[in-house]
Design a protein. Structure first.
Length: 561
């Protein structure tokens, strides 16, 4: 169906005054929340206020929305007194005015649920599968139950309405009309995307949306949205209005009744080059990086302390949480993922805005990196058993620490699971290592940058054409598992990082990598590391056990300084 003219429904009174347009984010038991109003915060952004409150009180503001000059939010009832104590605290050059309002109102009593159900039935047109939510504040049935009586009850209204809608059998919705609701942004109605993800037509006409950022909460949502109406909003006067909205909704065909895309071409779009599962600049870096990664993640999952030999006093490590990245609902998912274990470490510069906080979350040197590793939950990476879950790109670089020095950039994308007592969904990650030559043929991780994000699967690096063809160059071949036939020779594998020490000449690539890993874990020099591996028949576990047994009897010159 088309919305043309469809939003001109009766009723002219928009949401106004100090009341919330709707709620903010859904989730949780709204009965146990109290409303907080914060003034004198305009020296910073909304996110700055949220982060500031979290740092000062460990309170997470919920259902945050703005009705200038007041920032409204909800907190748990027992957190109300602590929030009240923050009134007067200095923030961005001003003193915050914090008011806590406990109305005790409920939005899920039997009478309220019945009224919301009847409201939905009265606004639903099954013939065209349209839900008309125009000017809800002017609806007598909603006003009769007092859902707009206070800002607190108003904030709960839309999430409650969507909860009721999700329980209605036979409610098939392709179009929603949200005209004339005095919306300044869609933060308060994000639950619409969760309830009707397959929505095709949406009207937000005659609201107060002024910036495209007001629609950001729906980024990567409404994948099938075909038509959008924003007429009567200040945003339409923005010079880049059309382009910005089209970027938010990649399958949008009509905007304000005007065709903006050729619908017949949507499914014919192609990338300029074919997708490849991996990229290696040459066989040398391929041999070095595949062995490094398989050994590294094995130790990261089993015993991270053994990895610290790869980091020197100038090595840096950082972790960033990107909780807003596109996600896929993982099999067995129990709902939204918690990031509380990662947030204290996160150096996401869109969230961490002060110089001191950014520096404090950068781990420099083995001691700081060790402490950071200890705070990351236990993990399991199936790099060897399920290599298709990972995408690897490797190339050489120069000038890592000093001009003209050489190194290798190893970028890996994939997934892991947390090894905790409770079942958790997998997480996706991106990790970039910059590796440089170390003393006597060892390797040093100069830079280690880790991003963790919601699970998104591995479809992003599925090969565009899996049809067998001529042999591909080494730079685009799939990663061979350790020990696979055809892996590059020892000399080639180590040219990427420098010359092979004379003591290690003649080893095959897997033997060479095992010796180097033992050197990194034990500080043995090349000669003694090779002797240990040879006596253990190049079995990593036996080599480590043999070293542990013999450590006390080894001479000082068996170790590197």
């Amino acid at each position: 169906m088309s919305f043309r003219g469809g939003h001109r429904r009766g009723g002219t009174s928009p949401f106004g005054g100090g009341n919330a347009p709707f709620g903010s984010n859904s989730g949780g038991n709204t009965n146990d929340l109290v409303e907080v109003q914060i003034r004198n915060w305009k020296g910073g952004t909304k996110d700055d206020v949220i982060n500031f409150i979290r740092r000062k009180s460990s309170i997470n503001l919920q259902k945050v929305w703005i009705a200038d000059p007041v920032l409204h939010a909800s907190v748990k009832r027992h957190e109300g007194p602590l929030m009240a104590k923050l009134s007067g605290i200095k923030f961005a050059g001003a003193h915050l005015d914090v008011q806590v309002q406990d109305t005790g109102a409920s939005s899920d009593t039997p009478n309220t649920i019945e009224a919301l159900t009847n409201f939905l039935k009265s606004r639903y047109n099954p013939q065209i599968q349209m839900l008309d939510l125009t000017n809800m504040k002017g609806d007598p049935s909603l006003n009769a139950i007092g859902v707009f009586a206070t800002a607190s009850t108003s904030a709960k209204m839309f999430p409650a309405l969507m909860t009721v809608a999700s329980r209605q059998q036979g409610l098939q919705v392709e179009s929603v009309n949200l005209a004339q609701n005095n919306l300044q942004e869609v933060t308060g109605i994000t639950t619409l995307a969760q309830t009707f993800p397959g929505l095709k037509n949406l009207s937000l006409a005659d609201n107060n949306i002024a910036r495209v950022s007001g629609l950001d909460s729906w980024r990567h949502k409404f994948r099938q949205l075909r038509e959008l109406i924003l007429t009567g909003n200040p945003i339409t006067a923005t010079p880049t209005y059309k382009e910005d909205v089209m970027r938010l909704f990649p399958r949008l065909v009509m905007l304000d009744g005007v065709v903006v895309r050729d619908e017949s071409q949507l499914d014919k779009l192609a990338l300029p080059v074919k997708v490849k599962h991996t990229f290696f600049e040459n066989p040398d870096v391929q041999g070095m990086s595949t062995g490094f990664l398989s050994s590294y993640f094995d130790l990261f999952d089993r015993d991270r302390s053994q990895l610290l030999q790869l980091y020197d006093d100038a090595s840096v490590f950082s972790l960033s949480v990107n909780s807003s990245a596109p996600r896929v609902i993982a099999p067995g998912s129990q709902g939204p993922q918690a990031w509380s274990a990662y947030i204290p470490l996160s150096r996401n510069m869109q969230k961490v805005t002060t110089a001191n906080a950014r520096m404090n979350r950068l781990s420099v040197g083995g001691a700081q990196i060790s402490r950071a590793f200890q705070r990351i939950p236990p993990t399991k990476h199936n790099l060897v058993s399920n290599p298709q879950q990972f995408c690897i790109d490797v190339w050489r670089t120069q000038g890592v620490r000093v001009p003209n020095d050489t190194g290798v950039v190893i970028s890996i994308h994939g997934e892991y699971s947390e090894q905790t007592d409770r079942a958790t969904a997998p997480r996706s990650f991106d990790r970039t290592f910059i590796v440089i030559p170390g003393p006597q043929g060892s390797m040093i991780v100069a830079s280690d940058m880790l991003t963790v994000r919601p699970w998104s699967g591995s479809d992003g690096w599925k090969e565009s054409n899996n049809t067998p063809g001529p042999s591909a160059p080494a730079s685009t071949t799939n990663t061979p598992p350790p020990g696979a036939p055809g892996a590059p020779g020892a000399a080639a594998a180590n040219n990427a990082m420098g010359h092979v020490p004379p003591e290690l000449q003649g080893l095959n690539p897997d033997q060479l990598m095992m010796v180097q890993n033992l050197m990194a874990a034990t500080r043995l020099n090349p000669r003694y590391a090779r002797m240990c591996c040879e006596q253990a028949n190049f079995n990593p576990a036996q080599a480590q056990a043999l070293f542990d047994q013999s450590r006390a009897n080894l001479p000082p010159d068996a170790f590197t300084m």
